[in-house]
Design a binder for this molecule. Structure first.
Ligand code: HEM
Length: 189
């Protein structure tokens, strides 16, 4: 497990700083997501600089695993039926298959928390983190209750089970996903 995470981390790390239209002339990434401004209490650095590729891969895979475990345990009672539509194309925002969804979620999280604008994920494919959250969720009619459950019962446990201390969850992860403008881009679309 640890070995896999490290291998995955190397794949991502190798892509850091590689060309994207937001890189400056030194190849440094200048387009930063909202989490870049947050400092983790454990390190004084943003989440990407603190947890790096291996940490983000672990958290992303834990989020996916938690979603499917929850659907198995609770059916659609807590999360609703959105995730059962992945890959169906109905609504059109669900056109991506499960593997693409996983890669795009990873890229979004990396970008949102201070990392590069695009990454190579563990499947060897490159995904952009610059994604429109409203377009990604339109037609799903996600409720505020489903959103809050997703954050508190899927994302937070994914972070803590991957080794993120609760002080860092609060300081350098939570503010991005509780920001009212961000929530409004996903809920009720
Ligand atoms: C912190 C909150 C959330 C973040 C950061 C997030 C992130 C993302 C991203 C990056 C995508 C694009 C992936 C793609 O187009 O394939 C996506 C799509 C999606 N999200 Fe979310 N999401 C959040 C909340 C939710 C919630 C609360 C639900 C349902 C209860 C949900 C269900 C879905 C579904 C079904 C898709 C479409 C996947 C597909 O294309 O097949 N998301 N999300």
């Amino acid at each position: 497990m640890i070995k896999n995470m490290m291998a995955a981390g190397l794949v991502l790390a190798a892509l850091q700083g590689c060309g994207s239209d937001s890189d400056n002339k030194n190849g440094e990434n200048v387009s930063k997501g909202p989490g870049a401004a947050l400092k983790c209490t454990s390190s004084g650095k943003d989440a990407w600089d603190t947890y790096q590729a291996a940490g983000f891969v672990a958290v992303n895979k834990a989020i996916i695993a938690n979603v499917f475990a929850d659907l198995k345990a609770n059916g659609t009672a807590k999360l609703g039926d959105s995730f059962t539509k992945i890959g169906s194309g109905k609504p059109p925002s669900t056109a991506d298959d499960a593997a693409t969804f996983e890669g795009k979620l990873a890229a979004f999280l990396v970008y949102a928390y201070g990392g590069p604008t695009s990454i190579m994920y563990t499947d060897g494919k490159t995904y952009s983190g610059l994604q429109d959250m409203t377009a990604a969720h339109v037609g799903l009619a996600i409720t505020a209750d489903q959103y809050n459950y997703f954050v508190s019962s899927i994302i937070v446990p994914a972070l803590t089970s991957s080794g993120v201390p609760s002080g860092d969850v609060t300081s350098c992860f939570a503010p991005v996903v509780v920001d009212p403008t961000f929530v409004a881009s996903i809920v009720g679309k």
